[in-house]
Design a binder for this molecule. Structure first.
Ligand code: C5P
Length: 227
């Protein structure tokens, strides 16, 4: 377990990060949220006006990649890792609809991916880690010990995200969330740079009708099978 690498890929908003966090806690290993890294780059680009009406100033972003420092730090109260961008806690800000709406085009850029994949490999190479994203089992760690491909129907995913936002006191529009999820799936699966696709040796976990606990147990069973 101490050197295990677990790769969790799959569609947007299907609970990858929830199950990855649960696993990390259960196994006492690290969790790397690679989506948060693409979101942090997107937040940076939005703040610097490098994205205007969905149009990205690629050259400006490319020239600024070295000025984007991303790391994860433990929040001792929540016992969770949170995302930091240039020393600022951006864990909440990277989840906004504005970032969600712009992250897929940013993550389709080859130079952004190259930069973040290198960083993810450095963070995870020693093992004892679970990563979630779109290309972990196919590109970042093709030799991962366990690869999971997670999915659920778009409507179920949108409903979960909707409920989550309502619980936070927000007033989301279901249709908007559903649209965003479908749009991200489409961009992520059809981009030329590392498109989202199931690795040949990944195990499919469709959690449409599974509880959080059932998902965790499902994966723990697969880990037992490795040994
Ligand atoms: O996982 P999350 O939904 O937070 O990821 C946000 C976006 O980042 C995805 O829609 C996808 O475009 C991109 N992403 C990616 N490769 C990863 C992780 C995320 O392209 N490994």
């Amino acid at each position: 377990i101490r050197s295990i690498i677990i790769a969790i890929d799959g569609h947007s908003s299907c609970g990858k990060s929830t199950v990855a966090r649960d696993l990390a806690k259960m196994l006492n290993i690290a969790y790397i949220d690679t989506g948060a890294m693409y979101r942090a780059v997107t937040l940076f680009a939005l703040r610097q006006n490098m994205i205007v009406d969905g149009k990205i100033n690629e050259e400006q972003l490319r020239n600024n990649l070295e000025n984007i420092v991303i790391d994860f730090r433990l929040n001792p109260d929540k016992k969770l890792n949170e995302t930091y961008l240039n020393g600022e806690n951006v864990e909440e800000k990277i989840r906004s609809l504005e970032v969600s709406n712009n992250v897929s085009p940013i993550s389709a850029l080859g130079f952004v991916r190259k930069h973040l994949v290198a960083l993810q490999r450095r963070m995870g190479e020693k093992g004892g880690v679970v990563l979630d994203g779109r290309d972990i089992g196919t590109v970042v760690f093709p030799n991962a010990d366990l690869k999971i491909f997670m999915t659920a129907s778009p409507e179920i995913r949108a409903k979960r995200r909707y409920d989550e936002m309502v619980a936070k006191g927000l007033t989301p529009k279901f249709e908007e969330i559903l649209e965003n999820i479908k749009e991200r799936d489409k961009i992520d699966s059809t981009r030329s740079e590392s498109p989202l696709k199931q690795a040949d040796d990944a195990l499919v976990l469709d959690n449409s009708h599974m509880t959080r606990r059932e998902q965790l147990e499902w994966i723990l069973n697969k880990i037992n099978d490795i040994d």
